[in-house]
Design a protein around this ligand. Structure first.
Ligand SMILES: NC(=O)c1ccc[n+]([C@@H]2O[C@H](COP(=O)([O-])OP(=O)(O)OC[C@H]3O[C@@H](n4cnc5c(N)ncnc54)[C@H](O)[C@@H]3O)[C@@H](O)[C@H]2O)c1
Ligand SMILES: [Zn+2]
Ligand SMILES: [Zn+2]
Length: 375
């Protein structure tokens, strides 16, 4: 294997500071060091987590190149990389699987200790960055930085996928689909005939709805403040739509009244403390299960009435559907290729990468489930 030593100059979207428009700039992408992989991006989705990063709602170092929901082709590899080679189709993983840490070695753990989310250094494992722009070092986000024509990521953040995968939408299987669909199917194990409520009908919530439906839920209540999300949500399986702003009572009370005994499964896919509490309060007090998927801002606290816990319901956080990412995400791609799961309704918009501003406008206007950027 010939190791690549060349720096690549390409276009990337840089956030120079929080709450400012992304700038498409010429950047230099260093060659991959030992244990790293350089990838030519083919597609990337815009996830709610990227929006949190850009708004400064989660602590990150700026300037940075955002993006984590990415699909691409391996361009070159550093020394010691053995699981992928140049030319391989891959998905980039926000939660890696190093196969060495406590979490990876545990039967159930999937929050690999080598992730760069909580907390985020913005740097590769050796404490340096692979990006430069106008002579300045640029930080990585989540060690993924997919809003770039080329990126460098650790080998353990890369999953090799089937050669037949369509690269224009398979990126959704890097975050949205496992996060939402698997939270319902694998993590909550939604049961046939059950009643579910999903808070947030954006990208992740829509994938949750699909998972509830696929698991045979008999009723799926969708909650969102943007009613434009309702028609698509109904098409995916939501049976009742609620806009909390149009209700005279707290939404959890309405859900309780609608279901008499409370729901079997509640999912929070927004990232706000209030909706997490509403999800909890919507659950049946004895056997209800509340899954928290949304990413709450730091330094916020989730305060439950302590006495409400004793009756037996469960609250659980979930990341990427509780699956070990490198082992399981390629299998989900294969399921998609075998028509066992349909991700197409989630990819509502596609735009060329240089229209990233337009994509964010559509996202902020609440018009999209997922807008995919194509390189
Ligand atoms: N746990 C994980 O593994 C994981 C992975 C990816 C994303 N996330 C998190 O999931 C959350 C959702 O991400 P997304 O990509 O679906 O974002 P999104 O922006 O597509 O969807 C959020 C939805 O919530 C709705 N909403 C906002 N405020 C609301 C409120 N007060 N009440 C009801 N609805 C409200 C919005 O209208 C929108 O439809 C984010 O917090 C994101 O960081 C978690
Ligand atoms: Zn994501
Ligand atoms: Zn690990």
């Amino acid at each position: 294997i010939v190791l690549c030593q060349q720096t690549i100059t390409c276009r990337a979207a840089i956030a120079w500071k929080t709450n400012s428009p992304l700038a498409i700039e010429e950047v230099q992408v260093d060659p991959p060091k030992a244990g790293e992989v350089r990838i030519k991006l083919k597609s990337t989705g815009i996830c709610g987590s990227d929006d949190h990063v850009l708004k400064g709602l989660v602590p990150m170092h700026f300037p940075l190149i955002p993006g984590h929901e990415g699909a691409g082709i391996v361009e070159s590899i550093g020394t010691g990389v053995s699981s992928v080679k140049p030319g391989d189709k891959v998905l980039i993983l926000v939660i890696p699987q190093c196969r060495e840490c406590n979490s990876c070695l545990h039967l159930k753990g999937n929050f690999c200790e080598k992730q760069d989310v909580l907390p985020a250094s913005g740097l590769m494992m050796d404490g340096t960055s692979r990006f430069t722009c106008k002579g300045k070092r640029i930080y990585h986000s989540f060690r993924t930085s997919t809003f770039s024509e080329y990126t460098v990521v650790p080998e353990f953040s890369v999953a090799k996928i089937d050669d037949a995968a369509p690269m224009d939408k398979i990126c959704l299987i890097s975050c949205e689909v496992p996060t939402g669909y698997w939270a319902a199917v694998h993590s909550a194990k939604v049961t046939p005939g059950s009643i579910c409520v999903v808070f947030g009908l954006g990208g992740i919530g829509s994938a949750v709805v699909m998972g509830c439906k696929a698991s045979g839920a008999s009723r799926i209540i969708g909650v969102d403040i943007n009613e434009e999300k309702f028609p698509r949500a109904r098409a995916l399986g939501v049976t009742d739509c609620l806009n909390p702003r149009n209700l005279k009572k707290p939404v959890q009370q309405v859900v309780k009244e609608m279901t008499v005994v409370g729901v079997d499964f509640a999912f929070e896919a927004i990232g706000l403390v209030d909706t997490m509490l509403a999800a909890w309060d919507s659950c049946n007090q004895s056997y209800g299960v509340c899954l928290i998927i949304g990413w709450a801002p730091p330094n916020t606290k989730l305060c439950l009435e302590a006495e409400t816990i004793i009756s037996g319901r469960t609250m659980k956080g979930v990341c990427l559907g509780d699956y070990k990412t490198r082992d399981c995400i390629p299998q989900l791609v294969t399921c998609y290729l075998q028509n066992k799961i349909n991700i197409d309704p989630l990819a509502t918009h596609q735009l060329p990468f240089d229209q990233i501003h337009k994509a964010f406008e559509l996202y902020h206007a609440g018009k999209v489930i997922r807008c995919i950027l194509l390189f």
